[in-house]
Design a protein around this ligand. Structure first.
Ligand SMILES: [Mn+2]
Length: 411
């Protein structure tokens, strides 16, 4: 059976003041649907952060509406979706019972995610185990674990080199902590896995921060204080786990536990990431074969480094990046007037300028006490020399002196 795994669409995302809806629609309406047909996909695993915020803009809702409508009515490919930390879980669940009859299966609240969904595919049944992003306290509520509960956690430490970075030292049976992500997600996955009929293949879909994962730059932290991370062990029983939250595609200790990553680059920190859709081929025993299809974005997110004049006059560079989202990393040490306006004439989506050349290098041989001895003229000269990497010329010095004279007189 063949599944497509994707996550972190973040519909309605604003990038430096600009909506990315057009870019998102481009990838989803063209490439995504083409893959479904060309690759003969049996089911879609969408692992959370469908929207960028709990109350998304109307364009984002319309895009989502058009996608689920086409999936259900034209393509007839079942969609399995859990909500992420950016989604409004209950809002996403609107119409869930009715939509489920059309093959659109949505899980937002953990209270609705307490049993596997048995999906009847071409080669037999697969148990889909939904684990939407939830705060540990809510998972505890859903599982009926009261605050008074204090029972040993069943942590399976049978070593498996795949999980070698998980601490292997003997642990005392701990009390179940209702604020601990790892323990609550583990209790949840155990609860679901126990209900998977013997011999049936299983797939978990979850939105979580798995330990050891590499952060891309546009993820939002899940909790304030405390650990928000869960061990990859939480998912080790399932034949495949489709994860969402981290925006770079990556495996988590094993090939069958992975993040698909977001379809688009949502931060300049992600400029080197290769975004993709993940395809999972699962045989009757649950063995998986993984491949990826690179995303063909309408506009790339790039960092261009160089001197202002060079970026402005490099025709080849401009032709290549005129429509991309650009961060200009300028090496110039002199101030640049109207830099953004000029750059935007050639790089239409220049979003930000990073003045790396103008970052003052601290003077190692001078301590704070020495600075206190200097008067304002000497301090300014030090500053100018640090920024321009050379001392003021005699003419500049004369001019600055006259400015200081005037300022002090007016004062
Ligand atoms: Mn996300």
């Amino acid at each position: 059976m063949r599944f497509l795994h994707t996550a972190d669409w973040h519909l309605g995302r604003i990038f430096y003041g600009q909506y990315l809806t057009e870019d998102q629609a481009h990838v989803l309406e063209n490439q995504f649907f083409t893959i479904l047909k060309d690759e003969k996909i049996d089911g879609i695993l969408l692992a959370g952060d469908i929207f960028d915020r709990a109350v998304p803009p109307i364009e984002a809702i319309e895009l989502w509406d058009s996608i689920i409508t086409r999936l259900a009515m034209d393509y007839k490919v079942p969609l399995f979706v859990v909500s992420g930390n950016h989604d409004g879980a209950e809002r996403l669940e609107v119409g869930r019972s009715m939509l489920s009859r059309s093959g659109i299966h949505i899980w937002g609240s953990p209270h609705h995610a307490l049993q596997p969904f048995e999906f009847e595919g071409a080669d037999g049944k697969v148990a889909i185990c939904p684990m939407p992003f939830s705060e540990p306290r809510r998972i505890g509520d859903a599982l009926g674990l009261g605050a008074s509960v204090s029972k040993p956690v069943d942590i399976d430490m049978t070593e498996d080199s795949l999980f070698s970075y998980v601490e292997t030292e003997e642990q005392e049976p701990a009390s179940l902590n209702l604020h601990n992500y790892d323990q609550m997600y583990q209790a949840w996955s155990d609860y679901l896995y126990k209900q998977v009929p013997k011999g049936m293949c299983s797939i978990a879909i979850s939105h979580a921060f798995v330990m050891g994962g590499e952060v891309g730059g546009s993820e939002r932290t899940l909790s304030v204080g405390g650990s928000e991370q869960v061990s990859p062990q939480v998912f080790k029983d399932f034949h495949y786990t489709a994860l969402g939250h981290l925006h770079g595609p990556q495996r988590m200790g094993a090939d069958y536990i992975r993040y698909s990553g977001s379809p688009l680059k949502y931060s300049f920190d992600e400029h080197t990431q290769k975004k993709s859709f993940t395809i999972i081929d699962m045989d009757k025993k649950g063995n998986v074969d993984i491949s990826t299809i690179p995303v063909e974005a309408k506009r790339d997110v790039v960092i261009l480094e160089g001197y202002f004049e060079d970026l402005l006059n490099n025709k080849e560079l401009q032709a290549k990046h005129k429509d991309d989202y650009v961060q200009a990393r300028l090496l110039d040490t002199m101030p640049i007037m109207d830099g953004m306006a000029k750059l935007r004439q050639v790089y239409h989506r220049c979003m930000t300028i990073d003045l790396v050349g103008r970052v003052a290098t601290p003077m190692a041989d001078m301590d704070e006490a020495v600075f206190k001895e200097l008067n304002e003229r000497e301090l300014f000269n030090q500053f100018a020399e640090t920024v321009w990497k050379e001392p003021l010329t005699e003419r500049e010095q004369q001019y600055i002196n006259s400015v200081w004279d005037r300022i002090l007189k007016e004062d």
